[in-house]
Design a protein around this ligand. Structure first.
Ligand code: FRU
Length: 496
């Protein structure tokens, strides 16, 4: 297989520099970039006995740059093994980046990557801008060769009035008859988002795009990283909108995430959304991708970061920047999206500590409850059903001047994540609030900490709040606080 010099250079560089990053400088069970910068998950797929996860990757720096595809594989979606970078921007049509895309196994046993090739071109007004076209590469799970006929889907496949600068992130799947479908993000010239659907017999020759969803300025401007799949008898469209306006506590300003749940008439190609919601209610979450596991679970992973907060960090020189969330099992209950950590997580549990009926009124520490790679299962209820507490808070990554907290105020039904005291030295977003409905002040929080992050699954995954924190690892305290009396059931595990 032909490997370009550019890809060979990237592979040599990542092998050498990646080896210099000690395990304890990385998250323990979240995938982080082998070296340099990571953004979106790409090509999340199962191929020849392994789950493969590729990612947007600039090996040479911890900031965004010329986009390669990094590559890792795993048997259980938690223990990842790095593979050599899969794609480099080494062709004329992708010289400014191999942007996000997806992967599928072909009938002949090869794996095909479908990605966005980006090239800056000067238009008739002398203005230089990205032209985005969809390209393919074929491989064996390690090495990939770009198709000589690239690109395979170009702006000419779009109806008139579409924007060739906002045409990216193809997500491919196989239809029941063995032919292929893909959805891509698109926009009109005013940058109002569209989702387009394409069909192909072989994955190489694609027809005219058909409009699937039109934003009409409802959710931000341009959308990125679409996903379209069936779940529990409904059809789900996930995407990550840019330039959002806030709406209550459901959507926040800037880059966010959107899940539309509805019905899909496959024959007519018509999707009718009935419900919309954010995918995650925390600070650091963007760009999702899903895979169907071999036992039929729809599992989602997201970039545990957000464009609005990335430039603000001043990080210790760890050599990597960017990590993925925990893979999350998806389901639909009561018309909403639910997410729970993949069940394989249970194999990471060690040293169980359990406390029953803990009375919290004021401040409290519990024996054996600390650590930065831990899982905490908390069930909170008012100690006196007649008198609901006003405030419950768990602080973690605590030590010296530092802590991050999650707190719940049952009267307002607001859950807040706050990392203001996490050691951040920048004026980025540190807090976010979410509307978390509760009955009589009861709430359940499953909190997963892994060195540089916190993911809180509320009420069995009805909502998730994700944030990362770069607090020094010595800050491993966990404390509980309340205003008013709370009874708590608590289980804690170390995760290793
Ligand atoms: C989303 C995104 C994608 C694009 C990629 C570039 O985070 O902007 O739309 O393909 O990142 O790295």
């Amino acid at each position: 297989m032909k490997i370009s010099q550019k890809l060979m250079d990237a592979r040599m560089y990542e092998e050498k520099m990646g080896a210099g990053i000690k395990d304890e400088m990385r998250p323990a069970f979240h995938l982080s970039s082998r070296v340099g910068w990571m953004n979106d998950p790409n090509g999340f797929s199962f191929y020849k006995g392994w789950y493969h996860l590729f990612y947007q990757y600039n090996p040479y720096n911890t900031i965004w740059g010329p986009m390669h595809w990094g590559h890792a594989r795993s048997k259980d979606l938690l223990h990842w093994e790095y593979l050599p970078a899969a794609l480099a921007p080494d062709e004329d049509y992708d010289q400014n980046g191999c942007f996000s895309g997806s992967a599928i196994e072909l009938p002949d046993g090869r794996q095909m990557l479908l990605y966005t090739g980006v090239k800056q071109e000067v238009d008739e007004n002398g203005i230089s801008d990205d032209i985005q076209r969809q390209c393919v590469a074929f491989g064996d799970g390690v090495d990939y060769e770009k198709y000589e006929g690239n690109p395979v889907i170009v702006p000419e496949n779009l109806p008139d009035g579409f924007n060739p600068h906002e045409f990216r992130d193809p997500k491919i799947w196989k239809a029941e008859d063995g032919s292929y479908r893909c959805v891509t993000c698109c926009a009109n010239m005013q940058r109002d988002a569209r989702i387009m659907m394409f069909q192909s017999k072989d994955g190489i020759t694609w027809g005219e795009g058909k409009l699937l969803v039109q934003n009409n300025e409802r959710f931000g401007k341009v959308w990125e990283c679409p996903e379209f799949f069936e779940l529990d008898g409904k059809q789900v469209l996930m995407t990550s909108p840019m330039d959002m306006l806030p709406e209550g506590f459901e959507y926040h300003n800037g880059n966010g995430t959107l899940c539309l749940i509805g019905d899909y008439d496959e024959e007519e190609g018509v999707f009718v959304p009935q419900h919309d919601q954010s995918i995650d209610y925390g600070i650091d979450f963007y760009a999702t991708q899903t895979v169907l596991t071999t036992d039929g679970r729809r599992v989602m992973i997201g970039w545990m970061q957000n464009w609005d907060t990335t430039p603000g960090y001043r990080l210790p020189p760890n050599g990597w920047f960017g990590q993925m969330t925990i893979p999350r099992e998806l389901s639909i209950r009561d018309g909403r999206l639910y997410q729970t950590p993949i069940r394989e997580m249970e194999h990471l549990r060690k040293n169980k500590v359990m406390f029953r009926n803990v009375y919290v009124n004021g401040e409290m520490e519990l024996d054996g409850v600390k650590g930065r790679c831990v899982e905490l299962l908390m069930e909170i209820r008012p100690a006196d059903p007649e008198k609901i507490y006003t405030h419950f808070e768990v602080r973690f990554a605590q030590g010296g001047r530092y802590y991050t907290s999650l707190d719940y105020q049952p009267e307002e039904q607001i859950m807040k994540i706050d990392r203001k005291f996490s050691g951040s030295r920048r004026a980025i977003i540190h807090q976010r609030r979410a509307f978390v409905p509760s009955k009589d002040g009861r709430v359940q929080i499953r909190l997963i900490l892994d060195r540089f992050s916190a993911e809180a699954f509320i009420d069995d995954g009805r909502q998730v709040i994700t944030a990362n924190l770069y607090t020094e690892q010595a800050a491993d305290g966990i404390t509980f606080h309340s205003k008013g009396a709370v009874t708590m059931e608590l289980v804690k595990y170390d995760l290793a």
